[in-house]
Design a protein around this ligand. Structure first.
Ligand code: SAH
Length: 264
């Protein structure tokens, strides 16, 4: 069994909550150092667990820090071992929280994300993109590569396009399974997403999302086939874009495609 002891308490790692506790203190420090506290004075940690990142985050000067954790056992552990956290521990499911109410303004996000819900976390954070200048997180390595990969790359997908529209994404470093208790079956990686200067897409955001999702439904086919339903029988102006596969299209080309489809 894998336990993390301090005092007389332990937290048993729960698979269903994606709990893999980082045990390498140097990696924890590198993750925290990748957060640029000048970008926002508020910081939200997702899934603090037994506090390997939290212990550093609660001490950051001038930072309004909060952490969101679903596991009651971890919450008890954190309160006991890091009393500095005080009232700043939000108990519950990050996917159900109204993040507008947490800080009331901008906030950066940090965390070793629960891998089983990392995509859902990103879809959620995209709704707050105007308030979130930076996200530093650990993910399954394949997912990290996917998010950071440019068009033309095999792993480029829906979240790559949706996130790259608003964020510059840097792959920071790889973390091996042995750095965790219990070790996950997959390799991990830390990435940083920083908000770019884009203020608007130049097309409707909901339509853009729809086009990206529909296109990647059949990633090996020309988008002409995948967006047929969205056209509802209308014929758009001819464009080379319809002959491309989704993984070849940049954010700007998806914007053009959205306009071609919805402005007929
Ligand atoms: N940050 C810790 C733990 C990472 S494991 C470390 O690096 O060691 C992922 C953490 O996310 C666990 O603590 C788990 O309980 C928590 N978690 C899982 N699902 C969650 C959810 N829906 N909302 C908030 N926290 C969640």
């Amino acid at each position: 069994m894998n336990f993390r002891y301090i005092c007389t308490m332990y937290v048993r790692a729960k698979k269903s909550l994606g709990q893999h506790f980082l045990k390498d203190g140097n990696i924890a420090e590198r993750i925290v150092e990748s957060l640029e506290t000048s970008l926002s004075k508020s910081v939200l940690e997702i899934g603090p667990g037994t506090g390997v990142l939290t212990q550093h985050l609660v001490r950051l000067e001038g930072v309004d820090f909060k952490a969101a954790e679903i596991d009651t056992e971890s919450i008890e552990y954190l309160k006991k071992n890091y009393p500095l956290i005080g009232e700043n521990l939000l108990e519950g499911d990050i996917l159900k929280m109204d993040l507008d109410k947490v800080f009331g303004g901008s906030f950066s996000v940090i965390g070793n994300f629960p891998y089983n819900i990392s995509s859902q976390i990103f879809f959620k954070l995209l709704n707050y993109k105007e308030q979130v200048p930076q996200i530093v997180c650990m993910l399954q390595k394949e997912v990290a590569e996917r998010l950071a990969s440019p068009p033309g790359n095999k792993s480029y997908g829906i979240l790559s396009v949706l996130l790259q529209a608003w964020y510059n994404i840097d792959y920071l470093f790889t973390v091996e399974p042995g750095s965790f208790t219990p070790p996950p079956k997959v390799r991990s990686a830390v990435i940083s997403l920083k908000r770019n200067s884009r203020e608007s897409l130049g097309c409707d955001e909901v339509q853009f999302k729809r086009v990206v999702k529909a296109s990647f439904n059949q990633r090996r086919k020309a988008v002409r086939n995948s967006v047929k339903q969205l056209l509802e029988g209308k014929t758009p102006p001819d464009s080379y874009l319809f002959g491309q596969r989704p993984e070849q299209l940049s954010v700007e080309e998806f914007v053009e495609l959205t306009k071609l489809i919805y402005e007929v």
